[in-house]
Design a protein around this ligand. Structure first.
Ligand code: HAM
Length: 414
């Protein structure tokens, strides 16, 4: 039998792992700048944690959870998202005694979706959450941070912020029943997929990808006609704050999000550059969720971004560092000379590459293929003189240096 990876999973190596690490570094830098503390949860939890909050009629719960029975018959699920595990963790570690809590994390999630470009069964999410405030500035801060992270990683700005407000939980329930009645009347024009959601999840018809459905949705009652005044004000203030920072957005009254726990502000950053899986980042308020999970009755808001989708958009404008020098050893006789060099390069934090090939020609062509600036050559001459030849592959110049001169030479010339 031929070994193969599980469908919808992928290995990270080469340029991909470099981009992954750049993403991780930028996320932790911006999190620190804004006083968000890192929180890592286990990758599996009791299944019950996800069932109700994500919505018993949501795709994630109905079709996508990796659920299994443990040996003692407990039902466990690989986390399909980060928000509920973070809330569980904040409750069980007593973090909610000190509010508000600002937490972030980055790690693997699992959903049994049909794999395609930008959609995997194991993927990584960046996640930011604020627990314990209904201030519109929390909405602003989270969207601002999302924008900062995406701007740093995607300097070509090929993404767009969509915004909507779903109103309070109570209003949302009223709106759902109005919407359901509207769709019942128009049932004959809807696709079968949407017909199935008329009673269970009418909101999700609004973001259907089919044109037939969209024509019906265009004339559907709009959520903003059902917003309570204080949430209308909340939304207006948020938009003003975004304007103040010149963060462009598009109001999208059909933006409803796929998980059940949302209310009030919801948002997504979308792109046109990676095909149909075009949402890079999504989130919103989930007032009531923390209480429903057994915590205090406090509001919360957050977002998650798909690392793989962001990575697909990253290009050469992000500086992916290769090592600074290659080492070429012309004969096995000079191995001790190489050992001294490796020791020196490590002590001085100089990144190098060496591939166990005792052949100058091969080393030179590998270095130019990797676009490396310097090659350090060790041959008979260098061995006799107790020195190293450093060749600058950009301008062809070379010079012999003692070990303790290498660092300054590279610094001066780079
Ligand atoms: P979500 O919209 O389900 O929200 O996922 C957030 C992001 O994760 C998506 O926009 C996408 O970039 C990425 N993503 C989701 N599924 C996949 C997949 N199968 N393959 C690759 N990337 C994927 C949430 O998960 C919420 N917990 C976000 C949130 C946090 N809301 C409040 N706080």
């Amino acid at each position: 039998m031929k070994i193969r990876p599980v469908r919808g999973t992928h290995d990270l190596f080469g340029e991909e792992i470099k981009k992954f690490n750049i993403i991780k570094n930028i996320v932790s830098k911006i999190a620190k700048l804004n006083s968000f503390n890192e929180f890592q949860s286990p990758i599996f939890e009791f299944t019950d944690l996800f069932l109700k909050p994500l919505g018993e009629h949501s795709d994630v719960v109905l079709k996508e959870m990796y659920t299994f029975k443990d040996r003692n018959d407990e039902q466990l699920t690989l986390r399909p998202e980060y928000t509920t595990p973070m809330i569980r963790g904040a409750i069980t570690n007593n973090l909610l005694n000190d509010l508000p809590q600002k937490l972030y994390g980055l790690g693997p999630m699992f959903r049994r979706e049909r794999p395609q470009k930008g959609r995997y069964r194991q993927f990584n999410q960046i996640n930011f959450e604020i627990f314990g405030t209904d201030d519109y500035l929390a909405d602003f801060e989270l969207i601002f941070i999302a924008n900062e992270i995406l701007k740093s990683l995607l300097p070509n700005n090929n993404f767009e912020l969509h915004l909507n407000s779903l109103g309070s939980k109570l209003n949302l329930t009223k709106y759902k029943s109005v919407l359901s009645k509207y769709f019942q009347d128009k049932k004959r024009f809807l696709t079968n997929e949407s017909k199935e959601k008329i009673y269970s999840n009418p909101l999700r018809i609004l973001d259907s990808k089919y044109n037939e459905d969209q024509e019906v949705c265009d004339l559907a009652p709009r959520i903003n006609e059902y917003l309570d005044q204080d949430l209308k004000n909340h939304f207006e203030r948020l938009k003003k704050a975004l304007n103040l920072c010149n963060i462009k957005y598009k109001e999208n009254h059909k933006l409803v999000r796929g998980l059940d726990y949302y209310c009030s502000t919801v948002f997504e950053f979308k792109t046109n550059d990676i095909g149909s899986q075009n949402t890079l980042l999504g989130g919103g308020r989930y007032d009531g969720l923390i209480g429903a999970l057994g915590g205090p009755n406090i509001p919360g808001i957050g977002w998650a971004a798909g690392v793989e989708r962001v990575s697909m958009l990253m290009d050469q404008s992000i500086n992916i560092n290769n090592s600074l020098v290659h080492v070429a050893l012309m004969d096995e006789k000079y191995k001790d000379h190489l050992i001294n060099l490796i020791n020196y390069l490590n002590k001085n934090s100089i990144e190098y590459f060496w591939n166990f090939k005792y052949n100058l020609k091969k080393s030179l062509s590998k270095a130019s293929e990797d676009k490396i600036k310097y090659i350090i050559i060790i041959g008979e001459d260098e061995f006799i003189n107790n020195s190293y030849t450093i060749k600058n592959l950009l301008n062809g110049k070379q010079s012999q240096k003692r070990l303790d001169e290498i660092k300054n030479y590279l610094n001066d010339k780079s």
